[in-house]
Design a protein around this ligand. Structure first.
Ligand SMILES: [Fe+2]
Ligand SMILES: [Fe+2]
Length: 195
């Protein structure tokens, strides 16, 4: 079988859906390669800062790695702005959606809201509310999100910082994307536990 026969999903057979399931698994196996390609494209993202978005992401990930953070944490930093290219109005949510199966619920939440937390550093210069993150002040992960932005985002625009290259993070990225997060029972139920 090279393709299914149906033109309406309701007409598909079990055999066809088993075939499509295998095709989907093959395609999903290419996810790390597609994420690497997307990260490379950040080199040509938003201009005006002293370094490009890829260098910003590498600087954050390098700081996280040198601070002894976990692989999941490092990858969350590396990918936190991957949505800049296609989701300029909701880049945090896009990055969080990509990471969701592979990281803890806490890291998912931090990445999803990092844009709001990051506003603390600049919104008051542009007529916005720098304290918009206060709406999350009762969340148990509030301080973790504050720290994420303070240590691995707002301070990562330094052209003199000796960041590791993208290739350094590739094996870490592949390890994290190889299985769903073991900390999240909902994800384990959906994708199955890995050994
Ligand atoms: Fe961001
Ligand atoms: Fe950022």
């Amino acid at each position: 079988m090279h393709t299914v026969n149906f033109t309406r999903m309701e007409d598909g057979t079990r055999e066809e859906y088993e075939f499509l399931d295998r095709k989907e698994q093959e395609f999903t196996a290419g996810l790390p390669d597609r994420i690497m390609a997307s990260l490379r494209k950040l080199e040509h993202s938003i201009s005006g800062y002293r370094i490009n978005r890829l260098e910003h992401s590498l600087q954050g990930a390098t700081r996280a790695q040198r601070a002894g953070e976990s692989d999941e944490f490092i990858v969350s930093v590396l990918l936190h702005d991957i949505g800049d290219d296609l989701a300029p109005y909701s880049h945090s949510e896009m990055a969080a959606a990509i990471l969701r199966p592979f990281v803890s619920e806490k890291l998912y939440w931090i990445v999803k809201h990092h844009g709001v937390f990051q506003m603390y550093y600049y919104a008051h210069h542009c007529g916005g509310d720098r304290n918009a993150r206060e709406k999350f002040k009762d969340n148990p992960w509030y301080q973790d999100a504050v720290d994420f932005c303070h240590n691995y985002d707002q301070n990562c625009f330094d052209p003199d910082y000796d960041s590791e290259p993208l290739e350094f993070f590739e094996p870490i990225l592949r390890r994290v994307l190889a299985r769903p997060s073991m900390e999240d029972p909902e994800q384990v139920a959906r994708y199955g536990a890995s050994s």
